[in-house]
Design a protein around this ligand. Structure first.
Ligand code: TRP
Length: 856
């Protein structure tokens, strides 16, 4: 009963036709039959064929040149577009649809045992007429022909409309009935809103890709001052909006933005043709014709037009007379295809074969300037009947590169394939609940099949994405002079929206012929760049592309301003680009100082190691767990050495090694100290004699503790290296005049985990040592461990803020300094007192003295 909601509206457009009224709702007006179907107005299709399933096609077979009479005080007359100019190109699209349907019917594999029929309507390129066509599609032609009443073949889908403005209206009419439509030319970005247009599909890419392509083209040719003109419809509005969005942040300024009014007005049009040399036009040939006529009257040449897909292949403009004004136009054309039988098929259409068809008659009038039937009221001379289709009637017969026609062809096949899938469904393997199939008389599942359809046609795969859109691909077309002085469309590149950003646009620049027969790229700027000896001065309130050049007072010669390449920087006078300084922690004074310190530290540790080894049998070494001491000294040597990895130019390997080697050696070192502390603590807290806790902390267990504590760090580092390892990077952000080579940590989480783990170990060690610091004995190591951990933590706490606030190369220096400082801290605190006793006070190096039992 949705149709009822349309009643007032439909009456408006004068096409309230068949209305199915149920008795229960309208008892008073109901007849005993229960149905009242009254045809209020008629709209005959241009072409019709019967079939089991009907597809409707809506094509703009006439250019819309004036607004129809919209006076609502009387019943509108039947639709008649013949007052308008016939469009042979759209007629070709309509014929392509007929061809495709016939092909499907002949195809034994596709829809065997079923036939498709069609009804083709003319929308006269006008939304309101499109709406009337959509209503006529739903209604059928006579009372008992309506799919909404009874008896007629089910209406499967609508192929149409061309312009987005018309498609919007048609889609709104079809929506309540859940009849899908596939548009072959409506590219407006507005259709991506699935909630507003749930039954809309298209075989043309969304304009969001086209505006991206146009913006890239403008940037590519350095056209920084462009005019934008659009028609008065959704297509134009959304395209300009999109282009503005794409141009944001580029060097391109829009000089003006104008609209060709729906009610054409010469005054306005002349204002539009203004100063910018490059003009982007989002419009179609119908509405552009009067505009171009006035432009040509002005005798302005040399405007470089950038055409949208809607008119870039419009054959009405290919005449000789257009060349001086439109030659050189570049634009994006939709993907072309190949339809093998199209050209033969088009030639079969002639007035002899279709004697009663008004459209064929009009085609003949448009192509040959003669009237095929004598009875008609036209002023044209009668045709001889000998006219044969000539190839130069390109608007109709040029089938060398069908683009929109190919879309129509694809649309028919998409419908045929999805209907085929729906009808051939085997119960038990269907796509619906419990593997069931759709009932073929139910329209709802039908859309599912259309959404999911996928097939190959002329080598191209066709399918719809979730928004009902198709794959973005455009040809770049250039209007060049043909052999007879007319305009020819030459393919000079492509835009492939599926390629990664920056690689989408491919242009063969040397093949392009520019406006005014130029072979050089036209220049379109608001202000030419300043000559040497002058500089830019911005004009207040004007776009940045417009500026004055003021002479320089000094005798400086400044050439035109350009951005220096990425690795360059301007010199002090801003007259030349000089290479940026590359910085890293090199072997300069700082680097050398750090290297020397680290080597000295490592040597010192080795000396201590040697001393300990030599005196390994003395009391102090033995009492203090000689094995652990050797471990610690070994780890410390590595700690000193690992600061060397931070010096020098970062490479792949040095970056990988830096933090990992450092963290693992430190972890090892602190694990050993931790083990030592545990032993000290355990030895003294074992109160009851029988319960010898030392049994649980024997050398094996100690090794196990050290090993497992270090293993945790190794695992963290391993995960870091596998998942997001550190890598060398160039930091140009910190200082614009420098490139800082540094190691990017890859994953900051991992970096802070690694540091955090060392911190955790150090804190634990500190707490344990702190508990043990007061235990008896003259040489209580816990005291020294406490002290060393205190220094260690202080160094690393100071390191964190310093590290965060230092730029690249200094951060490395800070880290390597922290490593050295903490290593020295550990070395001195843990080993200096022992060495003192070993080397200088050997008399104290006895068990008695060390246990504090001497005095007793
Ligand atoms: N892609 C355009 C659109 O979506 C094509 C088009 C067809 C057109 N007919 C038109 C644009 C009429 C403007 C006017 O609308």
């Amino acid at each position: 009963m949705h149709l009822l909601t349309f009643l007032p509206l439909l009456y408006h457009v004068g096409i309230l036709t068949l209305v199915y009224i149920q008795t229960s709702n309208f008892t008073s007006s109901a007849t005993s039959a229960g149905k009242v179907c009254i045809l209020q107005n008629s709209f005959e299709p241009g072409f019709i064929a019967e079939g089991d399933y009907i597809i409707a096609g809506i094509f703009p077979l006439h250019y819309n040149q004036e607004m129809p009479d919209l006076n609502c005080t009387y019943k509108p007359p039947p639709v008649k577009c013949n007052g308008h100019r016939f469009d042979p190109r759209a007629f070709r699209w309509a014929q392509t649809m007929r061809l495709a349907v016939e092909e499907v019917n002949q195809n034994l594999e596709l829809l065997p045992n079923y036939t498709l029929g069609y009804k083709i309507f003319d929308s006269c390129a006008y939304p309101l007429t499109g709406q009337r066509a959509a209503m006529a599609v739903l209604n059928g032609m006579s009372e008992d022909d309506s799919p909404m009443c009874s008896g007629a073949s089910p209406l499967l889908a609508v192929i149409g409309e061309s312009g987005s403005a018309q498609s919007i209206v048609v889609s709104r009419i079809l929506q309540p009935f859940q009849i899908p439509m596939i548009s072959y030319f409506s590219s407006c970005a507005c259709f991506t809103d699935r909630t507003k247009y749930p039954t809309f599909f298209r075989v043309i890419p969304n304009d969001d890709y086209q505006v991206k392509a146009i913006a890239q083209l403008l940037v590519r040719f350095n056209w920084t001052w462009v005019g934008v003109v659009r028609g008065d419809h959704e297509y134009g509005r959304f395209a300009v909006q999109g282009l503005m969005r794409e141009l944001q942040g580029t060097s391109v300024c829009v000089a003006y933005q104008e609209m060709i009014p729906l009610l054409y007005n010469q005054q306005r049009a002349l204002e539009i043709i203004s100063l910018a040399r490059v003009v982007v036009v989002f419009s179609a040939e119908g509405e552009m014709t009067p505009f171009l006529r006035d432009y040509m009257k002005q005798n302005i040449t040399g405007i470089q037009w950038v055409a949208s897909e809607a008119w870039v292949t419009a054959s009405v403009f290919t005449g000789k007379e257009y060349y001086p004004y439109l030659g050189g136009t570049v634009g994006f054309g939709i993907r072309k295809g190949y339809i093998s039988r199209l050209s033969n098929y088009l030639e079969t259409v002639n007035p002899q074969r279709y004697p009663n068809n008004m459209l064929v008659k009009e085609l003949w009038e448009a192509l040959y300037g003669c009237s095929p039937s004598l009875s008609s009221a036209s002023q044209l001379p009668p045709c001889s009947g000998q006219e044969s289709p000539l190839k130069q009637h390109s608007a109709y017969l040029n089938t060398s590169s069908p683009r929109v026609a190919y879309n129509v062809y694809k649309a028919v096949y998409a419908i045929a394939h999805s209907l085929h899938n729906l009808l051939m469904c085997q119960p038990g393997s269907g796509p619906f609940k419990n593997q069931s199939c759709a009932q073929s008389d139910n329209v709802l599942p039908w859309q599912y099949y259309l959404q999911e359809v996928k097939f190959i046609i002329a080598g191209e795969e066709v399918n719809f994405d979730l928004k009902g859109d198709s794959i973005p691909y455009y040809d770049i077309i250039n209007w060049q002079r043909g052999t007879s002085g007319n305009i020819e469309f030459v393919n000079v590149g492509l835009f492939d929206g599926t390629k990664p950003a920056g690689e989408e646009l491919v242009i063969q620049e040397d093949m392009i012929m520019w406006a005014g027969d130029q072979s050089e790229v036209p220049v379109s700027v608001c202000s030419a760049s300043c000559l040497p000896g002058s500089r830019k001065a911005v004009r207040r309130g004007e776009p940045v592309c417009c500026f004055d050049c003021v002479p320089l007072s000094l005798n400086l010669s400044i050439t035109k301003c350009t951005f220096c390449p990425e690795d360059f920087w301007s010199n002090k006078d801003r007259t030349a680009c000089i290479a940026k300084k590359v910085e890293f922690l090199a072997y300069d004074s700082l680097g050398i100082a750090l290297t020397v310190t680290s080597v000295v530290g490592a040597c010192l540790t080795i000396v201590v190691l040697a001393v300990f080894f030599y005196h390994r049998n003395t009391a102090i070494v033995r009492i203090n767990n000689s094995e652990l001491s050797f471990f610690i000294l070994f780890a410390l040597t590595l700690c000193f050495l690992c600061s060397l990895v931070f010096i020098g130019e970062p490479t792949f390997w040095s970056c990988m090694l830096r933090h990992t080697v450092f963290s693992i050696t430190f972890s090892l070192c602190i694990s050993c100290i931790l083990g030592k502390t545990l032993v000290v603590l355990a030895a003294f807290t074992a109160t009851r004699p029988g319960e010898n806790i030392m049994k649980w902390l024997g050398p094996k267990q100690q090794r196990a503790i050290i090993f497992s504590c270090t293993l945790v760090q190794v695992v963290i580092c391993g995960a870091w290296l596998i998942d997001a390892h550190p890598y060398p990077s160039r930091n140009t952000k910190y200082e614009r005049s420098k490139i800082i080579l540094e190691c990017s940590v890859g994953s900051s989480l991992a970096f802070w985990c690694v540091l955090g783990y060392i911190g955790l170990q150090a804190c634990l060690c500190f707490v344990l040592a702190f508990l043990a610091r007061k235990l008896p004995g003259n040489f209580n190591e816990a005291k020294f461990i406490t002290f060393s951990m205190l220094i260690f933590c202080a160094v690393w706490l100071a390191f964190i803020p310093a590290y965060i606030s230092s730029p690249g190369n200094y951060a490395d220096a800070v880290e390597s300094f922290a490593i050295l400082a903490s290593s020295f801290g550990l070395l001195f605190c843990l080993f200096a007192p022992k060495c003192y006793i070993i080397l200088l006070k050997p008399e104290k190096n006895t068990k008695q003295h060390l246990m504090g039992k001497e005095k007793k």
